[in-house]
Design a protein around this ligand. Structure first.
Ligand code: GTP
Ligand code: MG
Length: 154
């Protein structure tokens, strides 16, 4: 299985949607291996969104992530195909294109306040997990007793 970086953005924290977002991943059967609330530095946010540096909204995006009006809740989830499935569960970047039942499709209306982030590839997941959970011991290896019931089909 694989790991992905999922983050509740400050608007999601401010709106009290942290538990609901965590529940979606828990109930699907994914395993939580890292979790913390953090106000990221400007450097961290800029590196996290480095591929968007040339976009007109980049400055606003970094300020919104870093200004401390609410923390980011940073998470690492582990499981089968969790990188791709996480993106599907989150829904389209623009909430107006997000399917009903996805996190963004259920809770959000505008692209600049879409409450949650998910890694978009294996490479992004590796990079983002390293950025947000750099220190040894911040990620926990553990065995889920539920897993045999979720994954075994014989
Ligand atoms: P993340 O999971 O947050 O990375 O979103 P994404 O992968 O669905 O989209 P992308 O990486 O292209 O953009 C990152 C974030 O930048 C989005 O989630 C939005 O918060 C913000 N963003 C993207 N496009 C726009 C835009 O046109 N306007 C504004 N204001 N923000 C945008
Ligand atoms: Mg992205």
């Amino acid at each position: 299985s694989e790991r992905t970086f999922i983050a509740v953005k400050p608007d999601g924290v401010q709106r009290g949607l942290v538990a609901k977002i965590i529940s979606r991943f828990e109930e699907r059967g994914y395993k939580l291996v890292g979790l913390k609330a953090v106000v990221p530095s400007k450097e961290l946010a800029e590196e996290h969104y480095a591929d968007l540096k040339s976009k007109p909204f980049f400055g606003g995006l970094v300020d919104y992530m870093t200004n401390g009006k609410a923390p980011v809740v940073a998470m690492v989830w582990e499981g089968k195909d969790v990188i791709r499935q996480g993106r599907v569960m989150i829904g389209a970047t623009n909430p107006l294109d997000a399917a009903p039942g996805t996190i963004r499709g259920q809770y959000t209306q505008v692209v600049g306040r879409n409450i949650v982030h998910g890694s978009d590839s294996f490479e992004s997941a590796e990079k983002e997990i390293g950025l947000w959970f750099g220190k040894a011991g911040e990620l926990i290896d553990w065995t889920s007793a539920n897993e045999q019931w979720i994954l075994s089909d014989n």
